[in-house]
Design a protein around this ligand. Structure first.
Ligand code: MN
Ligand code: MN
Length: 471
């Protein structure tokens, strides 16, 4: 059961492949901080690799798809499914890699802009599980879309270019924090206190005699008025446009190499880009597979896989029905067979052992950084509750596949029994009666603004995912 630090085992060629993959992964992390940005980049790379939009084929119809045909379909710009047809009919089942492209963050509210103490703020509602105290006094960026009443979409990214301004949430100075520091960790910073500081300059004063009612009102809230003026000037936006906006506050700045040995990556959003990116790479490199390969990247995992773009939506089922139709195989029975005979790796991050918090983990059943791809037979909490518990038969088969491909892997649970727990999208696909297991990359400081992974684990995940898709 001993597992080794993978860096010990690599030859020069593997080491150079690993570094190349890590560099590409860092670029993806830097460019893709939201589900929309991730899906856009996945489509760009897929099209460059010869993938075609299923929608186009559905409209044209009549084309005989051959093994090796590459198709993708997007759901509302936030989820995407890629398919590469194998030699066998679709009803033989798919090999599916599923990961998520949403990450914990702060979302801007629908009526967010206010002024207090001559400071302008955007009010937020956090998304996913965060330790709120981690999100203060960091440089933050604003990513997302504003959809105007006429349907025009304005893309927003502020805080990523070196000459962009950044934002922050303030914190109380230590000198006056005696009472604050006596609070429980969950309440040290309250959710409602997570307001993004966006301005302090008052709009230039206008002579009182000349003021219209509107201007007098603006003069009282001169800092907010100035922000509104800027939004209008730079983006053509009115305050009401926040109603139809999705603006996400994320840590500003690029993904970085970490450690004197540069063995690790420190970046925002590695839950779950650490699995989504290796999944994409594996998918784009599949050749000559017997079964149809599928890479599924979904939204809303961090808030329970809800909504039209989350895994609980029928998006995936509808997509495979369309796929069956395109290959001339569609029947209700073939759809059910396809789903039931599929196999899935639910690719999501696992907790990495952290010696600073050793008591949270059970040393023999936790993932270690640089010990390779993780398989979690089950997740859940309090007696595996809410978990997909993978079958021993499936694990037996996977061991064979991984060993044949020289993939270094480990098995793990999140932490000690009864300390807490978590879930993934695994149980949702398992509802179809297919074989599903959780597998992914170990992460230190999971759900923190900056998370740590090992380049070796990203590399092993990529190798393992590719072997799985082609098995
Ligand atoms: Mn996750
Ligand atoms: Mn998560």
């Amino acid at each position: 059961m001993e597992r080794q630090n993978c860096f010990k085992l690599y030859n020069e060629e593997e080491r150079s492949q690993l570094e190349q993959l890590a560099a590409d992964y860092r670029k993806f992390l830097t460019d893709c901080k939201t589900e929309r940005e991730s899906v856009r980049e996945v489509v760009r790379q897929a099209e460059a690799a010869g993938y075609r939009n299923m929608e186009d084929l559905m409209q044209n119809g009549g084309e005989q798809l051959q093994p090796g045909a590459k198709l993708y379909t997007v759901c509302m710009g936030k989820a995407v499914a890629l398919f590469r047809l194998g030699e066998q009919p679709l009803s033989a089942g798919l090999n599916i890699l599923g990961a998520h492209v949403d990450s914990p963050r702060l979302d801007i509210k629908q009526n967010p802009l206010f002024e207090a103490g001559e400071l302008a703020f955007l009010d937020t509602h956090y998304y996913g599980g965060i330790k709120k105290y981690q999100w203060v006094t960091l440089p933050l960026a604003l990513h997302g879309v504003v959809v105007k009443k006429d349907g025009q979409t304005v893309d927003i990214v502020i805080g990523e270019d070196a000459d962009d301004p950044v934002f922050c949430v303030t914190d109380l100075l230590i000198h006056l924090a005696q009472e604050q520091l006596e609070k429980k960790g969950a309440r040290v910073v309250e959710g409602e206190a997570l307001n993004l500081l966006v301005g302090n300059a008052a709009l230039a004063d206008i002579d009182a005699a000349d003021k219209s009612d509107e201007q007098k009102k603006a003069a009282k809230q001169a800092v907010k008025a100035n922000i509104l003026r800027l939004l209008e000037e730079k983006y053509g936006l009115q305050e009401e446009d926040f109603i139809s906006a999705e603006l996400e506050v994320v840590p500003a700045g690029a993904a970085r190499e970490s450690g004197l040995d540069r063995s690790m990556i420190l970046a925002y959003g590695q839950d779950d880009s650490a699995c989504a990116y290796p999944s994409l790479r594996a998918m784009l490199e599949v050749e000559n597979s017997q079964r149809c390969a599928c890479c599924l990247l979904v939204d809303k995992e961090e808030i329970g896989s809800v909504g039209a773009t989350g895994m609980q939506s029928r998006f995936f089922e509808n997509a495979v029905a369309e796929l069956l139709n395109l290959t001339g195989e569609f029947s209700e029975l073939n759809l059910r067979r396809l789903l039931q005979r599929s196999r899935m790796l639910s690719s999501d991050v696992s907790s990495a052992y952290d010696p600073a918090y050793a008591s949270a983990f059970e040393k023999n059943n936790v993932a270690y950084l640089s010990h390779g791809l993780v398989f979690n037979k089950f997740t859940g909490a309090r007696g595996k509750s809410g978990s997909n518990d993978a079958n021993a038969e499936y694990l037996g088969w996977l061991r064979q596949v991984m060993d044949a491909a020289g993939v270094h892997y480990q098995t793990a649970e999140l932490g000690k029994v009864d300390l807490g727990g978590g879930g993934t999208i695994a149980y949702i696909l398992a509802l179809y009666g297919m074989e599903v297991i959780d597998s992914g990359v170990p992460v230190l400081s999971m759900h923190a603004p900056w998370e740590v992974t090992s380049k070796a684990d990203i590399y092993e995940a990529y190798k393992g995912y590719k072997a799985f898709l082609m098995a």
